[in-house]
Design a protein around this ligand. Structure first.
Ligand SMILES: Cc1cc2nc3c(=O)[nH]c(=O)nc-3n(C[C@H](O)[C@H](O)[C@H](O)COP(=O)(O)O)c2cc1C
Length: 375
């Protein structure tokens, strides 16, 4: 069968075949998923949140060995980095009040994390120097696209422009999207509350057209609960020219996800993809776990970013390192969107994209025309 054409302006801007961008998912979208998505005609995106400069450099080289097509690296660039110049990960920990460490002891006991375990993760995610080093690795490798999953790209833009690197930034409201206009990024993602991961508080249906109107003529990719061809068509109807999808890819074999997580994603219903501050201190939509339940019902208000994330790091990383044991697998962080019941099929990344495009084309050509009488 001839390949179906499904082309928008975002395809031209990013050099891809289909207007489907696989969203950056730190710890979930590593080279195998990025390669599979880009090879399938979408834009694969590596979630760099769990990488250090050396491992990011190796991952970019691995992606390049796997595909010659465009791909993106998703970085977290919060404004707070400015205030953290010269502060190390250990230095940041000093800002966490003692009573939080006391409470952490209780939690460690409850979730069987030994007192003497300390995560050896480097500081790239939280420190200003670490983040700058990750950016530099992307620039040195001349990656095709840099995305900012959090924060702004302004200070990186001159380097990106001079190297021909395309840029994507996310807005959960018009105010944030207008900052990306000021930065002159190439594509703006308008993301709704429905999304998996860190979210804003406006629903996808409401936020996408408002951002489209505000940022014209910059092309917009819609995000938040979009998980099939109907979602892609709806995004186009709202004025977007593509989609940025994370949760949709979690059940693909190329995503970095345990079998236990896959089973829980398939079993999830409307009750399960909750907003919690238990892991990062910022509103994050993920499947509820015994850990989120305990934190959310517990006595301590969350700390801000990045302190809360640093506080819970030992529990999160110990669980990850022991995920072959059920008790730890069950507390793994599994961000997922509100489209829980659409996330129920194990398919390759290529099949997910092909199905989305086929369905979107059918909805456009047949379903809508048969549903609406215009005369
Ligand atoms: C499992 C998972 C992990 C995520 N990790 C990150 C991350 O590390 N950095 C980031 O900017 N966004 C992250 N996100 C958010 C996605 O980039 C994207 O904005 C979101 O998935 C879009 O909504 P959807 O899940 O409804 O498709 C994550 C989302 C998911 C589902």
């Amino acid at each position: 069968m001839a390949k179906r054409k499904f082309h928008t302006r975002i395809c031209d801007v990013l050099g891809i075949e289909y207007p489907v961008i696989q969203a950056g998912m730190g710890g979930f979208s590593d080279p195998p998923l990025v390669i599979a998505v880009s090879e399938a005609g979408g834009l694969g995106t590596l979630g760099a949140a769990v990488y250090e400069p050396d491992t990011l450099d190796a991952a970019i080289k691995e992606i390049r060995r796997g595909t010659s097509k465009p791909f993106a690296i998703d970085l977290l660039l919060p404004d707070s980095l400015k205030d953290m110049e010269g502060v190390s990960k250990e230095g940041l920990m000093k800002y966490i009040p003692d009573n939080y460490f006391e409470y952490l002891k209780e939690l460690r006991k409850k979730f069987n994390v030994p007192d003497n375990y300390h995560s050896n993760r480097g500081g790239a995610l939280w420190t200003s120097e670490g983040t700058k080093a990750l950016v530099q690795v992307c620039l040195d490798n001349n990656v095709p696209v840099i995305a900012a999953g959090l924060g702004r790209l302004g200070w990186v833009m001159p380097e990106c422009r001079s190297r021909g690197i395309k840029t994507i930034a996310i807005g959960a409201n018009v105010k944030m999207a207008l900052k990306h206009v000021e930065d002159k990024v190439d594509v703006i993602v308008a993301q709704g509350y429905d999304a998996g991961g860190h979210t804003g508080n406006i629903g996808t249906l409401a936020v996408v057209p408002q951002i489209v109107d505000a940022v014209k003529p910059i092309p917009v990719a819609a995000a938040g609960g979009i998980a099939d061809g109907r979602g892609l068509v709806a995004a186009l109807a709202l004025g977007a020219e593509g989609v940025w999808c994370g949760s949709m890819f979690l059940l693909s074999p190329e995503a970095t996800v345990t079998e236990g997580q896959r089973d829980r994603i398939i079993a999830a219903t409307e009750r399960d993809a909750v907003i919690t501050k238990a892991i990062s201190g910022k509103t994050l939509r993920q499947l509820r776990t015994p850990f989120t339940e305990v934190w959310d019902k517990g006595p301590m208000p969350p700390l801000g970013w990045p302190f809360h994330n640093l506080l819970t790091l030992d529990i999160v990383d110990y669980a990850y390192q022991h995920k072959d044991q059920k008790q730890y697998d069950e507390i793994l962080v599994t961000p997922a969107s509100q489209a829980t019941r659409l996330l129920n099929r194990r398919r390759s990344a290529k099949k997910i994209i092909d199905d989305m495009i086929e369905e979107a084309a059918r909805v456009l050509e047949e379903d809508l025309a048969s549903k609406v009488q215009l005369r």
